[in-house]
Design a protein around this ligand. Structure first.
Ligand code: TXE
Length: 482
């Protein structure tokens, strides 16, 4: 049927072997617009077998040939950028302008970046002074699993499969069942660009079914996962006894820390973008805004003024800056979090509920008003649990010490952004914050070579640059007595 999302196994696009389907819902309308293959254990068996069969040939490809094929896949993304952006907006609810400016260019960039890495990745050697030399081989693992979420669908899907392929592995990848369309489209070009059958396999379906079967499979040597912390914990528990390599990029409850000597306008506009970009559904979103008490009221009022004027619209309209959240279930989760904030005594400064659009097409859509809340301290659930929607809180602090205490008062440790013109304080505060990444006077500026990931409940391991290439390879030291 039109809009069917099929599996890619051994170079063939096919329905799930069990013949079952899931419904694909458009978040802006709430309507079903396609079907998704509902895969299970048998599909995983077939995909892993295809990957194992393809591995000896694929690992023997020269780095230059792997580079070339990844560039050809990137070319396809570039040629089909408009189709992919529209598909992403329809599947996810994000504005098509955002998908066209961020998601799809970044997917292309991921493929090109790791195409280069295929050739540039190198390993170490250690000489011992007595003529003995050690050199370390970096061998691909075999078949690896890549499990990605719905918030940045093609962006995070390619962020995982590109280094896995570049380093010579065969891949079984599972995009989120909530947003599978762009990964499916990418798979339709695999053969044409020259990826041998079985090198890239893409399975669709539910996490606890096909995702779990991938994690459980004896011959899947590593799992690279991005998603919620509780799913990450379940995957860890299943993978640990099998001694799989794991890379987990999980949730966040990130602080935006605003000192009174900051560039006020830059801090304000970036704090808003950090809180509400992609409807607040980015693990790096700054959902706790900490502002020095000397400028708190001015900052809060300016923020409320701007946020209450943000317009929600049809994701497919190129003018729209804020679209729908990803699903009915997710909308209800975000609304429940706002209700919890009210129950905890928080003051809703703006937003605070569903948005009901006027357009007939959008009547059944999943829209939430951008919401700012104050009056809750760091012990409240609202300031402790990830909401992952267009909801942010404001808290004030008096000095650097208190700012650091608040910034670190969470079980997560993904990222933070710090706003000050005092160079010494900027570096001091950055090093005092217990997160994997800190931005100073900016947010979400990304150099793909840098380590990406979090501490504590935000995950284990780092992606990016050679970190991903190391994750997807096994070091083997060879010691030579000359
Ligand atoms: O994600 P899940 P959900 C956070 C955010 C959100 C919460 C839950 O707070 O509200 O997580 O979102 C697959 N074995 N983030 O439930 O379940 C699943 O099919 C193997 C933060 O939608 O973590 C999908 O492909 N795989 C985040 C992927 O895991 C399983 C982005 C992520 O889904 C599985 C998304 C299992 N047992 C949500 N269960 C970020 N870090 O950016 C599910 N999956």
């Amino acid at each position: 049927m039109e809009n069917d999302v099929l599996n890619l196994i051994n170079g063939t696009l096919q329905p799930a072997l069990g013949g079952e389907w899931l419904e694909n819902v458009e978040p802006a309308t709430g309507a079903v617009y396609g079907r998704i293959a509902r895969s299970g254990v048998d599909d995983v068996e077939a995909a892993v077998a295809a990957g194992r069969a393809a591995f000896p040939e694929w690992r023997a490809w020269s780095p230059a040939d792997r580079r070339a094929v990844l560039h050809r896949l990137a070319d396809k993304v570039a040629e089909n950028a408009a189709l992919l952006a529209e598909s992403e907006a329809r599947d996810n609810g994000k504005p098509v302008s955002l998908a066209a400016a961020v998601d799809i260019p970044r997917a292309e960039q991921n493929l090109r970046f790791y195409a280069s890495a295929a050739e540039q990745f190198a390993s170490e050697s250690h000489t011992m002074g007595d003529g003995t030399v050690n050199y370390t081989l970096r061998k691909p693992l075999g078949v690896v699993g890549c499990i990605s979420p719905w918030n940045l669908p093609l962006y995070l899907f390619t962020w995982k499969i590109a280094p896995a392929l570049a380093s010579g592995n065969c891949v079984v990848a599972k995009p989120s069942e909530v947003t599978p369309m762009t990964a499916y489209l990418l798979g339709t070009w695999a053969k044409e660009v020259g990826l041998p059958d079985g090198v890239l396999n893409i399975l669709h379906g539910l996490g606890p079914e096909v995702g779990q079967a991938m994690v459980d499979h004896h011959h899947v040597r590593a799992i690279s996962f991005t998603g919620g912390s509780s799913t990450g914990a379940a995957i860890s528990a299943a993978a640990a006894p099998k001694f799989k390599k794991l890379s987990l990029e999980l949730g966040g409850k990130n602080a935006t820390v605003v000192f009174d000597d900051c560039d006020f306008d830059a801090a304000l506009s970036t704090a808003i973008r950090a809180a509400f970009a992609n409807q607040g559904q980015i693990c790096l979103c700054g959902s706790r805004i900490l502002v020095q008490d000397t400028i708190y009221e001015r900052f809060r009022d300016a923020m409320v003024n701007k946020v209450s004027r943000m317009r929600i619209g049809d994701p497919m309209d190129p003018e729209t800056k804020m679209g729908a959240v990803v699903s009915r279930a997710h909308r209800d989760k975000v609304l429940a979090a706002i209700a919890t904030a009210r129950g905890e005594g928080g003051t809703i400064l703006c937003g605070g509920g569903r948005h009901q659009p006027r357009e007939p097409r959008l009547q059944g859509g999943f829209f939430v008003q951008p919401t700012l809340i104050e009056g809750l301290d760091h012990t409240c659930v609202t300031n402790r649990e990830e909401i992952f929607g267009p909801v942010a809180t404001l808290q004030s602090f008096s000095d650097e010490r208190e700012a650091l205490g608040l910034a670190n008062a969470t079980k997560y440790g993904l990222s933070a952004s710090v706003w000050t013109r005092d160079l010494q304080r900027a570096h001091r505060v950055a090093s005092g914050i217990d997160t994997g990444m800190v931005w100073i006077n900016c947010w979400l500026v990304r150099d793909l070579r840098t380590p990406f990931g979090g501490t504590r409940q935000s995950g284990v391991g780092r992606e990016g640059g050679y970190n991903s290439m190391r994750f997807f390879t096994e070091p083997q030291n060879v010691c030579v007595k000359l």
